[in-house]
Structure formats: C-alpha cells, structure tokens
Design a protein around this ligand. Structure first.
Ligand code: FES
Length: 169
C-alpha cells in the first residue's frame, strides 16, 4: 500500500471514528432530553401528593350499630388517566352511637378487595385466602399487615372519612 493510500485510509478511519462519537453524543443528548418529561410524568404522583380531604359518607343514622357496610368513594389520585380505577371503596362499621371505624378494602398482600363475612365476623380475601379479624388484624394467610384504617368523624350528624390515596404497596 502506498503512502498516499495509507493516509487516505487513516483519514477515512478518523472521520468514521469522529462520526461514531458524534452519533453517540447526539443519541445521549436526545435520550437525556426525552427522559426529563418521562421521568417527571412517572414521578409526579410521588411529588404532587394530593391533600387528604374529609368527604361526606352519609347521615350517621342510616348506619346500624354493629353493622359493617361497603361505601364507595373516589380515590384522590392526581393521575389524569386513573379513570374508573380511581373509584374505590372502604368498609365502614358503626361501633357505637357516635363512633365509627373504616377499613381499607384492599388486602395488604397484593391489594385484592376483601369481602366482609357477617356470619363469620371476618374479612376474607378471595385471591389467596387472606383472612382478617373484625378489627382488621391478620387472622391467617399471606397478608403481612392488618387492614389499613381511615380516620372517620361525625360532624353535624354526617359521617365523614379522611381520604388518602389507596393504601397499597
Ligand atoms: S391479595 Fe389478599 S391474600 Fe393475596
């Protein structure tokens, strides 16, 4: 190979190396620019936590003492696309004339909705057989923790629940 041909080959090689590096740098810059809105979108639920708010559940006298009923409400999720999945529920029990307890409907194992069995006085999870006592503590099965409780109060004869994002995970 002549000296001129060797020089041309080296020039082509160095041009190719330069172009490869330029493409790598450009790809990295494009990736970085594109990742900012994606990360912001994914992390926004953690950063912009919705404020907990009291919602009206119903008149206190419509609930019987000792009875546990399911009440539906909208999860205060900030996600626009939550749609129908934002509709959730809790179990409400009137424990006295002016006292109530509210339990999350989601099992602490993998978040399946638990059912209340009046006759047995237990919450039962249909997914993997998790069982909770009436006070929400774990009676058996895979659930690692008791059912989360919501704060409840009675104001002017109306039962109110302090909402927060669905306690799963
Ligand atoms: S999700 Fe309830 S036991 Fe698994």
């Amino acid at each position: 190979m002549s000296e001129t041909a060797r020089g041309e080959a080296a020039e082509v090689l160095s041009r190719r190396r330069f172009l490869n590096r330029a493409i790598l740098v450009l790809s990295g810059m494009i990736g970085a620019v594109l990742s900012v809105p994606i990360l912001a979108y994914l992390l926004s639920p953690l950063i912009n936590r919705p404020p907990n708010t009291w919602i009206d559940v119903g008149r206190a006298d419509q609930f019987k003492v000792g009875e546990t009923v399911q009440v539906a409400f909208d999860d205060p999720s900030p996600l626009e696309w939550a749609g129908q999945t934002a509709r959730t529920a809790f179990w409400l029990r009137r424990t006295g004339e002016a006292s109530f307890r509210a339990f999350a409907v989601n099992c602490t194992h993998l978040a399946c909705p638990v059912n209340w069995l009046t006759a047995a006085g237990l919450f039962l999870c249909p997914c993997h057989g998790g069982v909770y006592y009436a006070d929400g503590s774990v009676a058996g099965g895979p659930p690692p923790r008791p059912l989360p409780e919501y704060d409840v109060r009675v104001q002017g004869g109306v039962v109110q629940l302090l909402t927060r994002p669905v306690p799963i995970g």
